[in-house]
Design a binder for this molecule. Structure first.
Ligand SMILES: [Zn+2]
Ligand SMILES: [Zn+2]
Length: 344
């Protein structure tokens, strides 16, 4: 992959949305693949980020993500750019809130927490309130890839230098990677374990929606929904590169988001429309009385000459068959979709 292409495009996109010093109350990171974090350094320079909300990862998972990006990128500026993204996210400057894999329990005292009052960590499925009008519900799936541990063992065996006990020093790792020999050693350790798989199991998801939509939607926009045969486009489910195809992942996701599903009008299609992450159930959209199809907007982050072949044509057809409206959004900033909420 040529990351400069991404970086230029991301910067153009950021410029088309944000003016200098725009305050960003919360930046959610789905996972650490370079196509999801490369813009963060530029964004942090341009805007005033108040806090970063990210999935909690084990050291081994961080190493695996880092190596995966390393194998995907050409060495040189791009590795530096990637390392800078990690540094920005983990810099002292920001409040970081990690989303644990433990799920919020119905008996937990704090079912909802205001964004301003978040501490270092929250449980998966926690409702985070914003200005009493909006809610964010991040979900960090408890099922993870067993190969991560295997990779850690191989890396410990072959590249002892980067370990300090069980902990990896990412500064040491960066220095270690300056040598071609070391880089090849780590790349082959990674490739031996992971082959061509991608570690998307670490991808966090996010529901972003109007507070109290359950009642309000039926009262205020209920008629509009049926009139226009559309779900309420206020509420969005961001899926990052979530492994929706795998049943255990899908079931876990639905446990958390089931109550919100009939109010979700926009779905960000996981993994840029890849068939490996496609699950038709996500898009099935008959009205509650099964009398009509309610259309959902399905945003796909991919352009028409994506080098990985995203999005998959069968995925787009599948979405359309279920009533979804797929929209490709990263061709140019001109293709951006903006859904504004009127502040009354
Ligand atoms: Zn990914
Ligand atoms: Zn991705």
């Amino acid at each position: 992959m040529n990351p400069q292409k991404y970086i230029n495009r991301i910067q153009r996109t950021i410029d088309s949305y944000f003016t200098k010093d725009t305050v960003i109350d919360a930046l959610f990171i789905s996972h650490f693949h370079n196509d999801h974090i490369l813009g963060v350094t530029y964004l942090a320079k341009k805007c005033d980020i108040k806090r970063i909300i990210l999935p909690q990862l084990t050291e081994a998972e961080k190493l695996a993500m880092f190596l995966e990006d390393l194998c995907d990128l050409d060495y040189g500026d791009s590795i530096d750019e990637m390392a800078k993204s990690w540094q920005t996210i983990f810099s002292e400057k920001y409040d970081r809130i990690e989303v644990l894999r433990d799920k919020v329990n119905v008996n937990d005292a704090n079912q909802e927490i205001d964004l301003e009052n978040l501490q270092d960590e929250i449980k998966s499925g926690q409702r985070v309130l914003f200005h009493g009008k909006w809610q964010y519900i991040p979900y960090n799936s408890p099922v993870k890839n067993v190969k991560v541990k295997e990779l850690l063992d191989v890396a410990k065996e072959q590249c002892k230098e980067i370990f300090n006990g069980d902990k990896i020093s990412f500064d040491e790792l960066r220095k270690y990677l300056e040598s071609d020999v070391n880089r090849d050693k780590l790349k082959s350790a990674y490739n031996d374990v992971f082959k061509k798989e991608k570690l998307n199991e670490t991808s966090m998801t996010l529901y972003s929606g109007m507070l109290g939509c359950n009642q309000k939607c039926e009262r205020q926009c209920g008629k509009a929904i049926h009139y226009a045969n559309r779900y309420c486009t206020l509420n969005c489910l961001y899926l990052g590169d979530f492994e929706a195809k795998m049943l255990e992942y899908y079931n876990g996701l639905m446990e958390v988001y089931e109550p919100y599903f009939k109010h979700i009008g926009i779905i960000q299609v996981p993994h840029h429309g890849s068939n490996n992450n496609y699950n038709a159930n996500l898009y099935s959209s008959s009205s509650p009385d099964k009398s009509s199809i309610l259309h959902r907007i399905c945003l796909v982050s991919a352009d028409s000459n994506d080098e990985y072949g995203h999005p998959d044509e069968d995925v787009l057809d599948g979405i359309r068959k279920e009533g979804g409206i797929p929209i490709l959004v990263t061709e140019f900033p001109k293709t951006k979709q903006v859904f504004r909420i009127r502040n009354e």
